[in-house]
Design a protein around this ligand. Sequence first.
Ligand code: DAT
Length: 176
Amino acid sequence: MINMQRSAPNILITGTPGVGKSLMSRMLSEKSGLVWLDVSKLAIENECLEEYDEVYQCRVLDEEKLLDGMENLMNEGGKIVDYHGAEFFPERWFDIVFVLRTDNTILYDRLKERGYSGKKLEDNIDCEIFQTILEEARTSYREEIVHELMSNNMDQLADNVKRICQWLEQWKIDNT
Ligand code: DAT
C-alpha cells in the first residue's frame, strides 16, 4: 500500500563511513538503472550544512531542509539512497534497507587511507563495533525489510549487488 504509485522501489544503503556504500551504490546503479542519491553530496548541493563542529570535524546538517529537498525525488521511486545514518528519513520512503558491515581491522585501514585520524577515526570504528547504524535501521524500519550485508572484499560486494538485482527483478514481478 505504501509504494502503490512507485514504478520502482526505493532502496536505502546505510552503514558506518568506509563500509563501501558509495562503491556499492554506484555498481548497483549501473547494473539496475536506479538513480543513486549520495545524501552527503545532496546536502552540500542543496546548502543544508550549517556551522562547523570542531570536535567531529564536520558541519551540522539541517535535516528538515534536506528531507524537503528529497521528498519529490523519493515519491518518484527508483532511488538508491546512500547515507551513513538511517533514522531521520521517513519510514515510508523505503521498500528495503541494507546495512553494510565491515570487519574493524579492514575498516580501520580504509578510514586511515581516507585521511581520518584521532577522535573521528575512533568514533567511526566504535560506531561499527557497537553496530550503531544497524540498531538505528532496526528501530526505524520494519524488521523484515532490514538486511545486513558484509562488505569486506570485492567478492562480497559483487555478490551483494547480484542479490539486490535479483530482489529488484522479483519486485517488478510482484508489483506489475
Ligand atoms: P562509504 O561510501 O561507505 O564511505 P566507500 O564506498 O567510499 O565507503 O568505500 C571506502 C573505501 O573502501 C574505498 O576506497 C573503496 C573501498 N571498498 C568499499 N567496499 C569495498 C569492498 N567490499 N571490498 C574492498 N574494498 C572496498
